[in-house]
Design a binder for this molecule. Structure first.
Ligand SMILES: [Zn+2]
Length: 153
């Protein structure tokens, strides 16, 4: 049986605020519940879902699930992200990310702009009307140069 060790590291600013944590080589927003990071349903989350890899990230760290994945959790893990830093609005769901683990979180202070500056990306999209700028290319360079290429070896 293959043994996979689960490792978690925490990254802080000099002032002591947590910027993100690294669980199994995926970077998460500081307040993203670690119990969830340890328990993604199959095909959901930052490692397995293409949409999560794009819109679920902010400043290079995983902020929350995409809309499709959020539905698989029946909204218990938020409404799902439809754009960088933008969660789908669902008034009937009190478990929206910005009502729970992202409440009062200043997105400007989390993650690492050296990995990806999401606010700048949004500016660029708005300025040049780029349609598919994908921040994840930065993230994948950071973690792995392969895009799901492990199987071919
Ligand atoms: Zn997803």
């Amino acid at each position: 049986m293959e043994f996979k060790s689960h490792e978690t590291y925490y990254y802080h600013t000099y002032a002591g605020d947590m910027k993100y944590y690294d669980h199994d080589k995926t970077l998460y927003a500081p307040t993203f519940p670690i119990e969830w990071a340890k328990n993604h349903l199959p095909d959901t989350g930052p490692e397995c879902c293409k949409n999560c890899k794009i819109f679920g990230f902010w400043n290079g760290v995983f902020l929350g699930y995409c809309v499709k994945c959020a539905e698989k959790y029946e909204g218990k893990r938020g409404n799902g992200f439809i754009f960088y830093g933008e969660e789908k609005k669902k008034l009937e769901n009190s478990n929206s990310a910005f009502n729970t683990y992202l409440k009062d979180v200043d997105l400007d202070t989390i993650g690492d702009k050296k990995i990806c500056d999401s606010a700048a990306v949004i500016d660029e999209i708005n300025t040049y009307e780029i349609e598919d700028y994908n921040c994840f290319s930065y993230v994948s360079c950071y973690g792995s140069n392969f895009d799901g290429g492990y199987d071919s070896y």
